[in-house]
Design a protein around this ligand. Sequence first.
Ligand SMILES: Nc1ncnc2c1ncn2[C@@H]1O[C@H](COP(=O)(O)OP(=O)(O)OP(=O)(O)O)[C@@H](O)[C@H]1O
Ligand SMILES: [Mg+2]
Length: 297
Amino acid sequence: MADAASSSARVNALHKFPPPFDTSDESFELIAQGAESLLYRTTFSTTGQPAALKVRPEKKWRHPILDKRLTRARILAEARVLVKLSGEGIAAGGSTPGKRAKVKQPKEGEKGVAGLRGFVPAVLALDWERGWMMTEWVYGRTVKQAIHDTQAGRRAVEREQRLQDLKELLRRIGEVVGKLHASGVIHGDLTTSNMMLRPYDATTPDPTSTDSLDGDVVLIDFGLSTQSVSDEDRAVDLYVLERAFGSTHPREEDLFPEVLTAYAENEGSGMNGKVGKLVLRKLEDVRMRGRKKSMVG
Ligand SMILES: Nc1ncnc2c1ncn2[C@@H]1O[C@H](COP(=O)(O)OP(=O)(O)OP(=O)(O)O)[C@@H](O)[C@H]1O
Ligand SMILES: [Mg+2]
């Protein structure tokens, strides 16, 4: 299956694979194709571990210099934040055009800035000149998929269980976003497609075949991230998530306040306490502005 997918991905790809992948023997399974990038599942040849390869092909409609600059900015924004959050350093070497940056492996017991290691994928390698970045593969499915996969049971007790599981999941989302903000990072594109649910039990043979919502919430897709500790920026980040959640999961929309409560109150969130409450107050202003804007059109 991986072989078939990889050969069709290579033949049908809308771009040429950048070196060294153009001559690699690994397989590349196309997982997602966004407006700006393609995401492949492959293997990191140095260690043999499963990896996610994000390729940002050249955009022919953009001026080549501007295109290169934008591609580089996105890759660097994403890599910088992932490296900061997982407490790893990129070794020198990445500044030479076309040269692959080597990623220093974290020392035993070394912690990420706010204990986010494991809640974001580690960067394995990148080449911003050629437009790609490789991170470790996150086992599981997106939170969006996981929520869609849960079925409301027929019996009241099953429905109640699902509700509790959903609330639990939303609280874990609030905590991880709180940790992220406490580390001084704004995600910039918080949606349930940019979060993975990694089962606690890594031996779950096929995480897509279960409607369990157990697992760690892992944040991905930091291409639009920025570094800031402003309440306003944090509130806008939450607002983006609130809007995205409402449109992707209209039936679960009423449960969204669980995210905010956990963000501002749970021990696991770095934002619990005064600052968290200030951010929620700002969120009310941001919502108000959003409403006015949509009324004006
Ligand atoms: N490290 C990973 N492990 C497993 N799956 C991943 C990983 N990174 C991405 N994916 C999968 O690929 C999809 C697309 O990835 P991502 O969100 O990073 O790209 P994108 O939305 O196309 O990017 P961008 O908005 O930066 O152009 C995700 O929704 C997820 O299903
Ligand atoms: Mg995405």
